[in-house]
Design a protein around this ligand. Sequence first.
Ligand code: FPP
Length: 280
Amino acid sequence: MSWVKEQSPDDKIVQENIIKEGKLPKHIAVIMDGNGRWALERGLSRTEGHQEGIESVRDIVKASSQIGVKYLTLYAFSIENWKRPITEVGVLMKLLEHYLRQELEELHNNNVRLLSIGKSSSLPKVVQRLLHESCETTKDNTGLTLTLALSYSGRWDIVRAVQMIALDVRRGKVSPEDINEDLFSNYLQTKGIPEPDLLIRTSGEMRLSNFLLWEMAYGEMYITDKYWPEFRRNDLYDALLNFMNRERRFGKTSAQVASENYIKQKDSYLQRVVNAIKGK
Ligand code: FPP
């Protein structure tokens, strides 16, 4: 089913108005938290909380794709999550397996490219195979890039990058003086993915929880009290509008940012005038 065709007219208008507001984040990362608490407060099992969490995943993936976000990264399972009771880990792995089986066709039909980051060798073999197949099938898609962080932790990825750089130094491929931020980023699993502009965390916790530690150096954070299973597209729109009204300075002063924006606007106005004269 095409996600563009199934979108309601009202939702389309809301999305168009958000786009008009200004700059959409190119990359949104999400810490999906609160499945357990959502279930507990409703007298349901934690499994039911995770199941409902998948409905939120579906809606947020669709809405991000429809509105034109280019990258969405979901923290679906951390390395620390392996410490949960074995039954809950089993449920989460089964849900992931079902999700990949059920969604692949729809993701592919809607031009979504699927990627994963994390220590995939720790995942059950069937999940590894499905992930591999899904990433292969969708690798040439040009719409939303959906990255699932599975058995992932930011420190794990940083340590892994350091080990690989050390090996390349030993092999003579890299000299220590060449190590800089760009080179380091290229050894991370997020290589090629732009840094997140916006990180959303549900259920009110004010922590990064070992997610994208290097990549979030300048990312904006949006924290909502809503639990993940109740976080749907309208909540995403609130986060987007909140983000769009912030000033991102990347260490510069407000005055510098304002003058840069003025120059950019002037340049684009002049370019439009030139194009109009040339009849483009
Ligand atoms: C946090 O809630 C959520 C998780 C550890 C797992 C997130 C997984 C899903 C939403 C489903 C599978 C994902 C995909 C992409 C198919 P919690 O259990 O920590 O909640 P709590 O803090 O209230 O206990």
